[in-house]
Design a protein around this ligand. Structure first.
Ligand SMILES: [Fe+2]
Length: 443
């Protein structure tokens, strides 16, 4: 689903615009307050499809500043400005007040390439954007694949680039990416067919015994990205469950003969693996390290913790949300109130999301709910209690270690990280788990 930024300070109008954009145009609406938080988001999400903004919010020349940013960063994102301003790029559509929401929605649909014949009817786009990385692990597709070319303001043409009978490889896809392409398009009617085709292909690849460790990690990383996308757009559907199960199984296989952490980190960074998967993979490695030191360890414990790693932060949208591991981080990270609320409740939200998984166990749900140490799945207790599930304690310690290790401004070495953790987690069973991690590294 495409993503649209909406900047509208009036709560009633915000609700009307959001609801109608989502219902009639089929776009996911992200709210922003001003030019500053919009620009911050564009820096990490340049694939935003449309921006709808007030010309001015309080004293902030919102539209003008965003327009300037788009120009300076060569971002070809259409913008609809509500209110009067002359200082925006000519390609922007300026709509003077009062705003008629039906006209606004019709313009948004045009910008997003959606046919909007009748607003009373639920409209879906004719072509759907599919991230370029969906094509990394396949060599053909079940349908023709297009790229979108801009003909004029809000006017697009779809040009066929891969025929359904063509074969290609990752190098071909990478070349498109190097030229700046972020998304291909497929006809909407093929969406489910394409996803099923891709799922079957990825599951088969991940189940192969002859995959190199590198190929396994990169294919699992790609699977994780696709699962996150699918969950965000459609919830946890059957094909996504199959894909996630294959990814978790593959991750467990790869950590059992994992390279040492320094080399693993180098590999993950060199190959531009997403932060979400770097965290997920390293979590499974660390949990494996800690569990192997516990006398009560059984193989299904690693399965539980890998499952929790895969889904723990799946409802979070941005890297800055995923990097948070304590209340200080939560207060210091620039987020909107809505984003902060999502971070606070993400453990609880993840449990709700995986209810549809046919094989989820009570232990998995329990550990997922408590994966930051709160019994109700809300917030980040500074020093979690002893009555937390033993596997959740292992997760909390591993998570803290991995988040510090991956944070660009936090300590990088075990010698610096472990004292911080001994100081924070003072309860005896947590201290023992930190000790187990320390010993495994010494081994
Ligand atoms: Fe989390």
């Amino acid at each position: 689903m495409s993503q649209t930024i909406l900047i509208e300070p009036n709560d009633d109008l915000k609700k009307i615009f959001s609801l109608n954009l989502h219902t009639f145009v089929g776009t996911d609406v992200i709210h922003r307050h001003n030019s500053e938080d919009t620009v911050n988001l564009l820096a990490i999400l340049p694939q935003i499809a449309l921006i709808i903004t007030r010309a001015q919010v309080d004293k902030d020349s919102t539209a003008e500043k965003i327009s300037k940013y788009l120009k300076e960063h060569n971002l070809d994102i259409p913008m609809i400005v509500m209110g009067n301003t002359e200082n925006v790029d000519k390609s922007s559509l300026v709509m003077p007040d009062p705003i008629n929401w039906e006209i606004l929605i019709a313009h948004a649909a045009k910008f997003l390439g959606v046919t909007l014949n009748d607003v009373a009817k639920k409209i879906k786009p004719d072509y759907l954007p599919i991230g370029v990385y969906y094509f990394y692990d396949i060599v053909n597709t079940p349908c023709d694949v297009y790229i979108r070319i801009k003909k004029g303001t809000g006017d697009y043409q779809y040009v066929k680039r891969i025929h359904s009978k063509d074969t290609f490889d990752k190098e071909v896809i990478k070349k498109y990416e190097e030229q700046g392409l972020k998304e291909f398009y497929i006809p909407r009617d093929y969406q489910q067919y394409f996803i099923n085709f891709l799922t079957n292909h990825l599951v088969k690849k991940l189940e192969r015994d002859d995959l190199t460790l590198e190929d396994r990690i990169l294919t699992t990383a790609n699977t994780h990205e696709i699962v996150r996308d699918q969950v965000r757009d459609l919830g946890l559907e059957e094909s996504t469950v199959d894909l996630a199960d294959a990814g978790i199984e593959s991750m467990i296989r790869s950590v059992k003969n994992s390279p040492e952490v320094t080399n693993l980190l180098k590999f993950l960074f060199t190959n531009k693996v997403s932060y979400a998967y770097q965290h997920c993979h390293l979590m499974t490695v660390m949990c494996h390290y800690i569990l192997s030191k516990q006398s009560w360890y059984k193989p299904d414990h690693l399965e539980t913790l890998s499952f929790v790693s895969f889904f723990s932060d799946v409802t979070l949208k941005s890297m800055s949300q995923m990097q948070i591991c304590d209340t200080t981080d939560l207060n210091d990270t620039p987020l909107t109130d809505e984003e902060r609320a999502h971070v606070m409740s993400h453990a609880k939200d993840a449990v709700e999301l995986i209810q549809n998984h046919p094989e989820v166990t009570d232990t998995m749900k329990h550990v997922l709910l408590q994966h930051h140490g709160a019994v109700d799945g809300i917030g980040f207790p500074e020093n979690p209690d002893e009555d937390i599930h033993p596997l959740a304690k292992v997760f909390i310690i591993a998570d803290n270690f991995v988040k510090i290790l991956l944070h660009p401004e936090k300590p990088k070495s075990k010698k610096e990280i472990l004292p911080i953790m001994y100081k924070r987690f003072t309860n005896p069973s947590y201290q023992k788990i930190i000790k187990a991690l320390e010993q495994r590294f010494d081994a």
